[in-house]
Design a protein around this ligand. Structure first.
Ligand SMILES: C[S@@+](CC[C@H](N)C(=O)[O-])C[C@H]1O[C@@H](n2cnc3c(N)ncnc32)[C@H](O)[C@@H]1O
Ligand code: SF4
Length: 444
């Protein structure tokens, strides 16, 4: 990494899966506000996307930054399924029978649900919405617990894409992160899915893990590429033990430094490029004929809470504890605590805890940040030109001098060698960040 870039890479910056970012959400957005936003979505009649969150896992991995808990018993999961169905009915009461274009299940581990749970939730979705024009149906899966019966259930409900948590194949690294998962487990899961006709298989890989060097990261990428997923997400481990206390189980002295992290990201990218994958945005890779690669080529890539997507719906409705809805009017987040979420639903109220109503200025900044992180360039012309962004342009002077951005007239371009630091450039357009006490993870 260019020496001038080290200080930038050490900055703690948001990942900008929303703008403004979640620490700026407040209780001003209530269930009643969200109900109105949902009614507006129904009145517009455009298709919507759904995100369903399942905040349970069989065991908790020590590095995990997701909102999830261990569930060893059946009861909390069964109760959760009942509440999800009730929440789906509450949402449909506000929207009416809208068409759903995309469904994404995230977690946690959605395959903690039994086939009968999926059937029950699907019946609720079919009762509530028009699912006939569904284009994509994706689910995040833990390969260690995937069963043949689950795979058959996914195929029956038209699942088009499954993403498997892989992280790293090295045994020592796996021991240091509390997740033992031999390569055969991943290969078996991918084979089961393909056999059942689920076409899209994605892998999540990680770098920056304890006891992981450049060699381990490169070897893992090679093993992963040999299994030929059609997409990969490659995440730098975000070590935030002050926020996720489970990460205190990770030995901070065993974590690779910034130089190694950067070399790991380079090594993984090189292996995947050599294997024929295209780099998409900050952290995704896809085969050239994959819909994400096509969206990136056509300037249609989007960024939301799921990362990079080719989703063109303006309304994303989050269902389940902690799920976030993203609507033209703003963001609404459900209570993250399962008990609180379930009590709200039981009393017939949308279980929203907080959110953010966008101003016109926010929308402009959100769009610019999204284009920078998706396309690595933006034209400020349609937004009033650079003169309309005095503060942001001043904040960009230092990064531009150091090679992170090229500002020519109204265009801002992030050169290929600085792309991993795109969040620094995006941050210049974040009118809220300077005032925020929130602590984020490092930029690389
Ligand atoms: C919901 S999990 C994937 C599905 C399933 N729970 C599993 O782990 O197999 C989402 C992904 O987030 C990534 N992730 C989790 N914690 C992270 C952290 N602290 N930093 C960076 N990425 C993380 C991992 O790659 C993980 O596979
Ligand atoms: S990485 Fe996946 S399986 Fe592990 S704790 Fe997080 S959500 Fe659960």
């Amino acid at each position: 990494m260019d020496e001038r870039h080290i200080a930038y890479a050490e900055r703690n910056l948001p990942r900008y899966t929303s703008y403004p970012t979640a620490p700026h959400f407040t209780s001003a957005v209530t269930g009643a506000v969200h109900a109105q936003w949902l009614a507006d979505a129904g009145a517009r009649g455009d298709p919507v996307s759904l995100y369903l969150h399942v905040p349970f896992c069989r065991d908790i991995c020590w590095y995990c930054g997701c909102n999830t808990k261990a569930a060893r018993r059946r009861e909390p999961v069964a109760n959760y399924v009942d509440t999800l169905r009730a929440e789906i009915a509450l949402i449909a009461a506000a929207t009416g029978r809208v068409a759903v274009k995309r469904i994404h299940w995230g977690g946690g581990t959605p395959n903690i649900l039994a086939p009968a749970d999926f059937d029950a939730i699907f019946a609720a979705l079919h009762d509530a919405f028009d699912l006939s024009a569904r284009a994509e149906h994706a689910i995040e899966i833990d390969p260690r617990t995937l069963t043949v019966a689950q795979v058959e259930t996914f195929a029956r409900h038209g699942v088009t894409r499954v993403s498997l948590g892989v992280q790293d194949f090295n045994a020592r690294v796996q021991e240091a992160i509390g997740r033992i998962q031999p390569a055969e487990t991943v290969a078996r899961a991918a084979a089961m899915l393909r056999h059942a006709g689920v076409r899209g298989v994605s892998f999540d890989l990680m770098y920056g893990l304890p006891h992981q060097g450049v060699t381990e990261a490169r070897d893992s990428a090679r093993v992963a590429a040999a299994m030929a997923p059609d997409r990969l997400s490659v995440f730098g481990y975000a070590h935030v033990p002050w926020f996720k206390t489970r990460q205190r189980l990770i030995d901070p002295d065993a974590l690779p430094d910034l130089h190694v992290r950067n070399a790991q990201a380079d090594a993984i990218a090189e292996v995947l490029r050599d294997a024929g994958y295209l780099e998409i945005g900050l952290d995704h890779f896809a085969r050239a004929d994959d819909s994400l690669a096509i969206a990136a080529r056509d300037g249609a890539l989007r960024r939301n809470f799921q990362g990079y997507v080719d989703d063109d719906c303006d309304t994303l409705i989050g269902i389940g504890a902690s799920a976030i809805s993203s609507m033209p009017q703003g963001y609404a987040q459900n209570s993250a605590e399962v008990g609180q979420w379930a009590r709200a639903v039981a009393s017939g109220v949308l279980p929203v805890a907080r959110g953010y109503a966008l101003t016109q200025a926010d929308r402009t900044h959100r769009d610019i940040i999204e284009r920078l992180l998706c396309d690595f360039e933006v034209d400020l012309g349609p937004y009033g030109g650079r003169a309309a962004f005095g503060e942001a342009m001043r904040a960009l002077e230092g990064p531009a001098r150091d090679g992170l951005a090229v500002c020519a007239d109204d265009r801002i371009l992030i050169p290929p060698e600085a792309r991993r630091l795109a969040r620094v450039v995006a941050n210049a357009f974040d009118a809220h960040h300077q005032h925020s006490p929130a602590r984020h993870s490092r930029a690389v």
